[in-house]
Write a protein that binds this ligand. Sequence first.
Ligand code: F6R
Length: 609
Amino acid sequence: MCGIVGYTGDKNCVPVLMNGLTALAYRGYDSAGLAVWEGDSLTLRKAKGKIENLKNLLKESPMSGKSGIGHTRWATHGEPSDINAHPHTDTKKTLAIVHNGIIENYLKIKEMLISHGCVFASETDTEVVAQLLGYLYRGNPLEALKQAVSMLEGSFALAILFADDPKTIYCTCKDSPMVLGHGDNESIVASDIPALLEYTRDVCFMQDRQIAVLKQSGIEFYDEFGVSIQKTPTHIDWDVESAKKGNYEHFMMKEICEEPDTFRRTFEQYVSIKDYTLKSDRFPWNTARAKSFDRLTIVSCGTAYHAGMLGKKFIEHMANLRVDVEIASEFRYGDTMLKNGEPFLVISQSGETADTIAALRRAKELGCETMAVCNVTGSTISREAGSVLYTYAGPEIAVAATKSYLAQIIVLYLSALDLAQKRGEMSQEAVTARLKEMSRVPAAMQKILDNKEQIQFFASRSFAVKHVFFIGRGMDYALAMEAALKLKEISYIHSEAYAAGELKHGTIALIEDGSLVVALATQPQLQAKMASNMEEVRVRGAHVLTVTNGPWEGAKGHSHTQWEIEQMDDTLAPLCAIVPMQLLAYYLAVQKGCPVDQPRNLAKSVTVE
Ligand code: F6R
């Protein structure tokens, strides 16, 4: 989705804003622009397409100044174009504004403004906010902003530069993230943390309808009524380098290669390595509470939903607790059987996904005990959930989630073990044995990464494939869902996940010569059944690639290609088997020349419905 950066300080703001926009590019965008206070006027530069186009424009027509705002726009109202790109101004050019989100009542406000003589240049809802602010402005930016915010419906994060107060940036937001920091003689605001890391790692997150006033000397905060408030900064322990590509061609490959480290880091947060016991106080339930659960509801979107599906398998299998998993956009408007006091868990990498936030708020209204699995400290979900199980994946820049999915399934696996132990379903010894075995998974992952050329070679021969079906049973079916999403989102190859036994109830009609079927068969107790399903597609012309947990002789007659992960406990195998699936998606996308880190039409953090 869109990205915002604003800067005021003693540096030339243009390079700062351009670096910030580059750091946010991963969120997805189709135009970019800047507004800078230059000498005695507001100067704008905007360009459709990549940030490179804006850079070229700045080479032709340079600008400089000590305060400015920048934006990467992901089109919602009006096509991607120079005119629709942000920043926008009011007719009298009293201000320039950048906006993330959607103003739902913009047409009503636009009509009112037109009847008062405003002339609009773009099709955007953002220009409506610019004109509204210009209309309300009587020399006091804070007053105008307070009034405008009270009239806006929908979601917004706004950064504004007023011509009368050119060294100050005004910000406000609702249901759209904004994070601010004060560095050395400079203040900076952005819609996401990576844009701030070079300047400070002590940041403040804005809450709905709060107003921030950024000056070179510091940041003032006000509530929606204009009353001054204090905010305590949150320390972000991500380093600058972790949000950079280094020597990798793509962030996605860097992030896949970081998975063994992500594994160890997340594992060590929840497990005491000296005796392989769970740090039981890190989980949001004590023994009595864990025993009292009849059901756990998990709600999330996309990859995080797939993590929930696998989490369900772990928890039901190990802790003997029923788990319902629902997609957040369905949950938020659907009927619900949830009762007061029931446990409710959301999963979100960003902590800012609009549907997941809405689901969490609904569960709170229903009186549920809310919990979140989340990667971003200080994000909306981490602030609003009753308790948080953090993942320790660090910043994830590629649009396609990889290491964050791994961290989510690790946390869910450990939660399953903790629930199992507290509910009396597993002994301490059994849990310790499992944790010891689990600590060996990163090394098994590393082996796959060290031999990734095998996967690259397979991709080089298969990239022309038109349809890929991922099949599996039990935990492997949950894994297949994520493998299929990864492939389709970055390579644009049509791919679907099916419960292996379900294929013959319809979908097998699609299997033809040259279809690729990836059979995830890491669960030995289900392998005989998988063999039959593999044979059904093989005899209909599919190329069958099988992924197994250690050697499986039985696969030979039924599949053309076999990849083995190192043999491990069945329940742990999915944690490792996701790595070759992510690599397969990556290499197929690269072979096809796709923009791996920023696939078309997608955004990293989906902050609108
Ligand atoms: C796919 C992907 C998305 C996200 C989804 C939820 O690779 O990244 O499907 O998983 O948009 O995002 P979060 O986890 O930030 O709530």
